[in-house]
Design a protein. Structure first.
Length: 250
């Protein structure tokens, strides 16, 4: 059996004396979409930021079965991990194409000269970005900005893409479109760790899911099982039994 692409064991994050995340056991295998759902303040974003090396962490993080002693952004990127942050962090006064080229800078610095090929792959995944390649990022719609943020991360050719609240601020139809594109990343050989407050949307595209509450994992299982779990329906989906049946039919 191959090693997990990402493995967290007894993983924790603290802000001074405040422990935001503790005792997390989580893994992502190659080709999987794994989601972490939970209420605001549960520690979901802190978990991602620590896993990519933006925050100090405790416990063990391993990539391909190899423990990373002190995760840092440079080390994690070199291991094929990329993060799309909650606020997207685009360069508004630069064009779509230039934002994408910046996403490929790390590979260029490593001697890879495949930026044009990578950009073509991003444009194939997000045709709307191709149409707007000369536009300033600040002029894009919310959905297009999220596509650009994901596309920029893909320019680094990651094996694991971490997405922090990609549905934030988007209309329901756009959320569905963006998450459908996230699901299609499997075709590019990209695994996904998706942090999302929109539990229904996340569970509908994920293979497996973890529920985080007050910094700890309280439930884990296949996404389909959790989508129909009474505790999840009552707490996160806001639906009664009748509505739950409608979800099962979609």
């Amino acid at each position: 059996m191959s090693a997990d692409l990402l493995q967290l064991r007894n993983f924790g994050v603290s802000y001074g004396a405040v422990q935001a995340v503790h005792g997390v056991e989580l893994n992502v295998q190659q080709g999987e979409i794994v989601t972490v759902i939970g209420p605001n303040g549960a520690g979901k974003s802190s978990l991602l930021c620590a896993a990519i090396g933006l925050l100090r962490s405790s416990g063990t993080l391993a990539i391909d079965g190899v423990t990373i002693g002190k995760p840092s952004v440079e080390v994690m990127v070199s291991r094929g991990v990329a993060l799309v942050p909650e606020r997207r962090e685009l360069f508004g006064e630069m064009s779509v194409s230039d934002n994408l080229l910046l996403g490929g800078f790390w590979r260029w610095r490593q001697g890879h000269r495949d930026q044009a090929q990578r950009m073509d792959e991003v444009f194939a995944l997000f045709p709307r970005l191709h149409e707007r390649s000369a536009q300033l990022a600040s002029t894009l719609s919310g959905g297009e900005r999220q596509m650009l943020a994901i596309g920029r991360a893909l320019m680094a050719k990651p094996r694991l893409l971490m997405l922090d609240e990609p549905s934030l601020g988007l209309a329901p139809l756009i959320v569905r479109e963006v998450l459908h594109m996230v699901a299609s990343l499997r075709r590019l050989g990209v695994s996904v760790l998706l942090v999302e407050q929109n539990a229904r949307a996340a569970l509908q595209v994920a293979d497996r899911a973890y529920v985080l509450e007050m910094g700890a994992v309280v439930l884990a299982g296949s996404a389909q099982e959790l989508l129909h779990d009474r505790r999840i329906i009552d707490t996160y989906l806001g639906m009664g039994r009748q509505a739950a049946g409608r979800v099962a039919a979609t």
